[in-house]
Design a protein around this ligand. Sequence first.
Ligand SMILES: [Zn+2]
Length: 388
Amino acid sequence: MKISGRSSDSGEMITLTAESGRIVSIVSGFDEDALGGADIWVAPGFCDLQVNGYGGYDFNEAVWGNGQEVSSDLEPLFSKLAECGTALVYPTFITNSYDSIKIGLNRLAKLVESNDGIAAAVPGFHLEGPYISPVDGPRGAHPLEHVRYPDWDEFQRFQEAAVGRIKICTLAPELPGAIPFIEKLTLSGVTVALGHTGAEATILRDAALAGASMSTHLGNGAHSILPRHPNYIWEQLANDTLFASIITDGHHLPPSVAKVISRVKGTERLALVSDAVALGGLKPGRYADGRYEVLPGGKIVTVGTPYLAGAGHLLDVCVANALRFTDMSVSEAVRSVTAIPARILGTESIKGHLKVGYDADLTLFKVQDTGPLEIASVIRSGQVVYRK
Ligand SMILES: [Zn+2]
């Protein structure tokens, strides 16, 4: 298969050939017979490190809705992700009962094992919680009754249910036992991210020394009012060993904050994530027995609180907003959903770049004056999974 358009790496016209799921050649120049177009950007496949669900489909046993509104059927979710440019996804399981987390992980692990198309879309799973802060604000929309202290035996049972596919764990380092837990996770090859935390400076530093390498949705999962300084947002911003993920859906961070985080972390330490939930993409209204509300414009709130309940947009919106909110170029914004996630997860030798020998995961798109990116095609492991 041949793909042609403007390279997101170099800005030059390229024609790329994919065979058996890999990129086998890249030559300069445009080929009008290839998939793509002279006005289309050709990028490595967009990778979202944090997706709970979308469009009425849920990885989380329908946490974000109820059985009538949200389906736990998973296959259609991968098509919806592709329509919005997402080639690769780390399905995200949030704080829940032991059984619910375990069942969710195992169900998806079995699906990945039995379905090559889905396996091509899922480099790993993200466990966000249940080892997070119980405090209102940092806890976000995670259910208080299921928040708990780090438990290595329990985590190993989760990892077993996931058949070893948990690759990121987001936790709060101030919990009892968290620092040795971070060391064990890191030694076992799991990327540790700090999130839903109210930790003080020394604990954040200890966590990074123990192996934590990322801040999850920095600036969210936080108190609505904080001391001006010191506070855990400044500390994580200033810690150069921590990558940061941010949600540029237009609701989670004001444009000025997204701009500042992108400047401070630099384009080599910033990943854009959607944090989309099952209610994302659904009609405005109240869901889950009135617990959550989708507002016009796609903002999703926990009714009766000042807190958001996950996001309603995917990377086509987040990348387009990042181009408007920050001074990132197209190439830099693309890196924040391709090369940087691959670097965070240690997959950068096969994913996240337009290079010969790399996996043929590609996202083809146009930048529009307003609204989301226009997604032209998405390719996973050399297979076209979406074409406009
Ligand atoms: Zn979160």
